[in-house]
Design a protein around this ligand. Structure first.
Ligand code: PMP
Length: 404
């Protein structure tokens, strides 16, 4: 049973005060908090076992190596990958996408080819592809979105063509909250022989993700957005495809043998894991995924969806409220402006009332350009948020608006 009080008790930071007021945290899209068990698990490894992984013959090193590989198995199960060879530890979504953009373009992108993204992507799923296209003489194409913040698929046949080599798409938009029809787009892309990278940074904490059901070729997410530590993320890739990509970073661990004449590379997933990984972070991420799995991703989705609907209907009662992103399928984020109040001013006033929201361009300048605005206020939900907190948010916005 989903017990919100029990869940909240597991997050020590939720008991903190800011400016003497109880913290109300609606900036989960930027980063989530960590439950006590994640912090304690990492502490335990620092206090008792810390030692480099995959290198030692001694007790401590084996202990950390085992825990590192156990976490890989937890990640595999969590996204239903076929094999742990398909789970690569990175620093986060950004690094995962850069890894694919670089190595995939080295292997498969040629002058005249096209890379497709959507207009609602985070900069992390735009810029690495622009860099790859520039290097390879390829062209970046964009699937637009409509006023509700849903992808406009009316011209899809002219966008996904034989020239398309890869589609990079957010499962859930970090600004609009739209849940994109990724399974449908993956089918379309595969029909022309294109591959698909799913940016699951904003999907992974909110909705069940199954890479085999989606049939995506790559999928990226960050630990810190799903109640895990910063500095660790995941790249999932189909084994057969990862085998065809050249290595990215060179160094220890990613090699089989090194001579000055020739180096041979390690097998998956280690071929893409040069250097010492953030193994304590990886162990923490494994614990975070156990935490959400024990609650159940379906229950988390149900709780957050009810809260999202409640928040939309309560916020809509505020004079001058304008939502950006009103898709039928939504998750996580509500972005808005109130009257002509500057988002930074509103965010700052809310902060002084103890309410944390994100303001600005939200690392998605093309979304701002679409609407002709220079920033938004975003309230993004997490598993621990409540209707009472939404009520405080609404009351605080009303108070702030009255000051203008
Ligand atoms: N993609 C999306 C959709 C995001 O929301 C974010 C984080 N805001 C990222 C990518 C980048 O994640 P990170 O900074 O953890 O690499």
């Amino acid at each position: 049973m989903f017990d919100i009080n029990e869940i909240r008790e597991q997050f020590p930071i939720l008991g903190e005060k800011v400016y003497g007021k109880p913290l109300i945290y609606f900036d989960n899209g930027a980063t989530t908090h960590r439950p006590r068990r994640v912090i304690e698990k990492m502490d335990e490894y620092y206090y008792k076992y810390n030692s480099n992984v995959h290198r030692g013959v001694h007790y401590l090193s084996n202990k950390c190596t085992d825990a590192n590989e156990e976490a890989r198995e937890v990640v595999r199960g969590f996204i239903n990958a076929a094999s742990t060879k398909e789970i690569i530890f990175t620093r986060g979504t950004t690094e995962s996408i850069n890894l694919v953009a670089y190595t995939f373009s080295e292997a498969f992108l040629h002058p005249g080819d096209e890379v497709l993204v959507t207009e609602m992507e985070h900069h992390a799923n735009i810029v690495p592809w622009q860099m790859a296209c520039e290097r390879k003489g390829a062209t970046l194409k964009v699937i637009p979105f409509n006023e509700q913040g849903e992808l406009d698929l009316s011209n899809l046949d002219s966008l996904i063509t034989a020239k398309t080599k890869i589609l990079g798409i957010a499962y859930v938009s970090n600004v609009l909250g739209t849940v994109n029809p990724v399974a449908e787009l993956i089918k379309k892309a595969h029909a022309v022989g294109a591959k698909v990278l799913v940016d699951a940074a904003q999907a992974i904490p909110h909705i069940p993700v199954d890479v085999q059901a989606l049939d995506c070729d790559f999928l990226a997410f960050s630990g810190h957005k799903i109640y895990g530590p910063t500095g660790v993320g995941i790249l999932y890739g189909k084994e057969s495809l990862l085998e065809q990509l050249p290595p990215w970073h060179g160094g220890g661990e990613m090699i089989k043998t090194v001579t000055f004449a020739k180096t041979t590379y390690n097998e998956l997933p280690f071929k893409f894991e040069a250097g010492t990984p953030d193994f304590i972070g990886i162990i923490g991420l494994g614990e975070a995924l156990k935490f959400v799995s024990e609650i159940g991703m379906s229950d988390i989705r149900a709780h957050e969806l009810a809260l999202l609907n409640y928040a939309h209907s309560e916020l809509a009662k505020i004079d001058g409220m304008r939502f950006y992103g009103t898709a039928t399928e939504k998750s996580g984020a509500i972005s808005f402006l109130v009257g002509d109040i500057h988002p930074f001013d509103l965010g700052t006033l809310l902060d002084h009332m103890g309410v944390a929201v994100r303001t600005g361009q939200l690392c998605a300048e093309p979304v701002m350009q679409h609407y002709g605005i220079n920033g938004l206020v975003r309230a993004s939900l997490g598993v621990y948020n409540t209707e009472q907190e939404v009520d405080v948010l609404v009351k605080s916005i009303k108070r702030a608006a009255a000051m203008f």
